[in-house]
Design a protein. Sequence first.
Length: 429
Amino acid sequence: MDRLVNHRLEARKAREVPAMRRICISNQKGGCGKTTVAINLAASIAREGRKVLLVDLDPQGHCALGLAVPDEQIDLSVIDCLRSVNIGDPIELSRITWQITPNLDLAPSRADLSRFEPELGTDASADGMLDRLLAGVESRYDYVVIDCPPHLGLLVRNAIHAATEVVIPVDTGFFSLHGLTRELSTLKQIFEDTGHKPGVRVLANQYDVRTKLAREILSELKSRFGDVVLRTVVNFNTKLKESASLGQPITEFAPTSSGACDFQELARELLTAEPQVTTTDDLLRHVEQMAAEADRLLATTATLVGSHSANGKSTKTNEEAVQASHADIESKIEAIYGAQATQAGVEFVTRNPGAQQVQIAGDFNDWMPHTTPMVQVNGNGDFSAKLKLGPGTYRYRLVIDGRWSHDSANPDVETNEFGEMNSLVTVDA
């Protein structure tokens, strides 16, 4: 009898704890960066042999667009399933899914998903509708990846309520800390309202190692938040944008690219890690401190790069200075490494402290490094060379004291015939 009772208790616990992990990709700044993470993370987990369902909870429908699912052929979508939860004849998610790869399915959305919140109003039970839908496909999938809409509301609350963990992509650009503050404030409020507290992880996204600002933001995130920041970093990579425009995940479009490698590493990290349990209060306090520091830096920098009168004083008010162009500010305060095409030619800059000799070998000099030495420009190990190159895409490698390697400061790479990485630089016509 005791064995039977214990068996029933274990069965009840198994029902209460979702067998499949549900990862919510949330970023209140919105944009396609969030969706790019959702699509490519889902595809990369699927490539590891797990069955994955990608749920598009964003009325913009970018997941379908990014996976070449024609909008006019979507007869049923997420909103049809959600509407049916409280009626006698529910529409299961399996009826609306599209197979993208053998292990990856998509539950698409359409623009009419935006009507869901006005229809339900303030119905308190509506927060758990997606959770109930996912319970119906729990036996079919190992992982669910949910792409959230970029605004606080019923859809976001549904995604958080259904999630076992939340991943927040944070671009390592200037205003990212403000977005992270807003995101964590939203999560804190939802956690308090629902009593549901999934793990929270922060993903450094669109990281450009060439810029001083990005390196400093990443360092600050890691030092302040520790294990909450995922070890994997998604570097800036043009292949990711190209794959989205052609309706393919990076795993299909360019499986050997650095972008695909980043997402495969991210998938493996999440597969092997337990959901991170964290305190949003602690996270929020640290982020608010970082955002305040960013405000001071922004105000100071904007004044420095703003317009000045003849007497050298800024002609902008402090408020106008703070509103100065993000791109204009970053172009003046970031130290650029890697390869950059300018009107005067392509400038190659690399930092290799302790190196005695740095050369460039590429298809523009028949891979003969001795013909293109780089000049040491300071005592910090910075080397530079400028080449006049015509329009086109060029492959190159650095030769550092006789050792060949790709340019670690340039995120644009491809695998060569020897299984190593060549760096790429493109000169526009």
